[in-house]
Write a protein that binds this ligand. Structure first.
Ligand code: C5P
Length: 227
């Protein structure tokens, strides 16, 4: 039987580090808002339904953008005060039955169809949680509570990307527990109930737009992909 897949795109954050009037997921890149690129990339795989998570005050603006670009919006879920709450709201309202659930940051518009297909197939093969990671190329230092710093071996560290893909039952169980301030992604949530997280190679182009410069870099990557 074919496994049902739900893609949750979280985009309810205000993106305060970005510093623009409009949240980063609505900024333009190659003629389209960032979030439309993200949704298109997931739809392109034809692997499952996409839902987007927005805050209440974003919905009218998003609908205006969709009308302007003739874009069919995925179903919208209203997010919460934290990323964890936004994901939990989407699971509770749209993810009750999905066999496989992927969670992706709306501000990562350049994921490739190949990456999402690869992650899903690893979960179909029996992994409970699969996440894309990249080796760290900068030198790394750890700073302790006293402000003392020490060099650490960067080969032991990886930068984590999304989409993160899960067995649906595992993700539902993890999100039925209490929120912790240590949860910065979904892998940390499933790990808290004892689930092993499998790492797989991410993509250098799958950047998260956090600062205005990232938007310029993403646009340059997009132009390069189109060549
Ligand atoms: O702040 P950060 O960039 O780590 O947020 C990661 C993703 O989580 C973003 O796509 C953001 O829109 C989303 N988010 C959310 N609800 C929140 C906070 C963040 O959907 N309350």
């Amino acid at each position: 039987m074919r496994a049902s897949v739900l893609h949750i795109v979280v985009a309810a954050g205000s993106g305060s580090r970005f510093g623009a009037e409009v949240p980063k997921q609505f900024c333009y890149m190659g003629g389209l808002p960032v979030l439309m690129h993200t949704v298109n990339a997931l739809r392109h795989t034809g692997s499952g339904e996409v839902v987007i998570v927005l805050s209440t005050d974003m919905v009218d603006y998003w609908n205006t953008l969709c009308e302007k670009h003739g874009f069919r919006s995925p179903d919208i879920v209203i997010g919460g005060a934290t990323r964890w709450q936004s994901v939990r709201n989407a699971i509770v309202s749209k993810g009750i039955c999905a066999d496989i659930i992927s969670v992706h940051d709306g501000a990562r518009p350049l994921l490739s169809p190949n990456l999402i297909t690869r992650l899903i197939s690893e979960v179909k093969s029996g992994s409970h949680a699969v996440i894309p990671v990249m080796p760290v190329t900068d030198s790394i230092r750890r700073v302790d509570v006293n402000g003392e710093n020490v060099a650490v071996d960067r080969k032991s560290y990886f930068a984590v990307q999304t989409p993160q893909v899960f067995d649906g039952n595992v993700l539902r169980e993890a999100y039925s527990k209490t929120e912790s301030p240590l949860f910065t992604d979904d892998a940390s949530v499933v790990e808290s109930i004892g689930v092993k997280v499998t790492l797989t190679e991410g993509e250098p182009t799958n950047i998260k737009i956090t600062h205005p410069l990232d938007l310029a870099i993403a646009e340059a990557i997009l132009n390069d992909i189109k060549k």
